[in-house]
Design a protein around this ligand. Structure first.
Ligand code: FAD
Length: 308
């Protein structure tokens, strides 16, 4: 029950100010968002790649309000690409982007987001890597999929994300599996109404398995974005049945969550990619992590009380 309340709070400016200013917040935030600048996260990128993991980097900051901020987001990703090029890590590290950060919600947002994301996709391709378009709330998805189709004409490796909790996703998965897309499947992290999304965990988990089967049996590259042990073993079984080799799908988990499992799956010979977010505008990303696991919120509140 707490999850939807936290997700509602994540849209409140008052809560944002309160939580961002609390002295204890930083320690809890660091667990999920390990730095504010690219220099802060370079040691993590080097350490994880040396451990046999791959990464996808997310510069946080979805709540932009002007075209200049959207262009600044583009530039932040371009600076990241330059840094990956210097480190010669292009082939191990890709990027995840939220189109809202590239201006999608502003006036003329679809074109603006496409114009801002294209140079990032081009720069990524030039160093041997790619970009995945994250899935945000359901109202943004038609635009996201259209941008994905557009980018794939020149850069077929561009990925996108689909969310098992949405009713539309089974049809999206069929289309993306047939056209050979790289697709990350997640349960879904936003507060969605019952008209468009399953609300119960068991319904979402069942939908996840149905969609995953479609992706595994299709022509694309499935990326299993989940920490759920049951879904991970089902994914292994579905990959085996579909005759997929270890480099024909991958697992993805978030930085700071089930880190031992990242290493265990990599040691078993699976491709494992760690989604690593950094930046200063971490509020929305952080609140979604609190909403996913009530124990995180309890820990956060206890820390506030004991330090306060
Ligand atoms: C790589 C990656 C990319 C993602 N991209 C998107 C996206 O683009 N759009 C989107 O809507 N959602 C995205 N998500 C979030 C996703 O939708 C889920 O909210 C999140 O993954 C939790 O679901 P789960 O599959 O891990 O299963 P759950 O049933 O939520 O969790 C399974 C177990 O994992 C652990 N766990 C899960 N979440 C947490 C947490 N926050 N803190 C501590 N432990 C936790 C717990 O042990 C839990 O019991 C992404 C997730 C991943 C892994």
């Amino acid at each position: 029950m707490l999850g939807p309340v936290i997700l509602a709070a994540s849209r409140s400016d008052r809560m944002r100010r309160l939580i961002s200013a609390a002295p204890v917040t930083k320690q809890v935030v660091d667990r999920f968002i390990p730095g504010e600048t690219v220099d802060d996260v370079v040691p993590i990128v080097e350490e994880r790649t040396a451990q046999g993991l791959e990464l996808t980097m997310d510069v946080v900051g979805e709540d932009i309000t002007t075209p200049d901020e959207a262009r600044a987001a583009r530039d932040a990703y371009l600076a990241l690409v330059d840094r990956l090029a210097e480190l010669e890590l292009g082939e191990r590290v890709e990027m995840s982007v939220k189109l809202s950060m590239f201006g999608q919600a502003l006036e003329g947002g679809h074109e603006l987001a496409l114009a801002n994301v294209r140079p990032v996709v081009e720069a990524a391709a030039a160093i041997g890597t790619t970009v995945t378009l994250d899935a945000e709330d359901h109202t943004t998805l038609d635009s996201m999929f259209a941008i994905h189709d557009e980018l794939r004409q020149d850069f077929p490796q561009t990925g996108c994300v689909i969310q098992a909790y949405l009713f539309r996703t089974e049809a999206d998965a069929r289309r993306l599996a047939a056209n050979g897309s790289r697709v990350r499947l997640v349960k879904g992290a936003y507060k969605e109404p019952a008209e468009v999304a399953y609300q119960q965990k068991h319904e979402i988990d069942k939908a996840y398995v149905r969609v995953l089967r479609t992706l595994m049996d299709g022509d694309g590259y499935p990326m299993i974005g989940s920490h759920d042990p049951r879904l991970i073993s089902i994914a292994q079984e579905l990959a085996r049945r579909a005759g997929r080799k270890p480099d024909e799908y991958e697992f993805q988990m978030l930085y700071g969550i089930r880190s031992d499992e990242h290493l265990r799956l990599a040691a078993e010979g699976h491709r494992m990619r760690v989604y690593t977010a950094y930046g200063t505008d971490w509020y929305g990303y952080f609140m979604r992590r609190l909403a996913e696991k009530p124990a995180n919120l309890r820990f956060f509140v206890r820390s506030m009380i004991s330090k306060g």
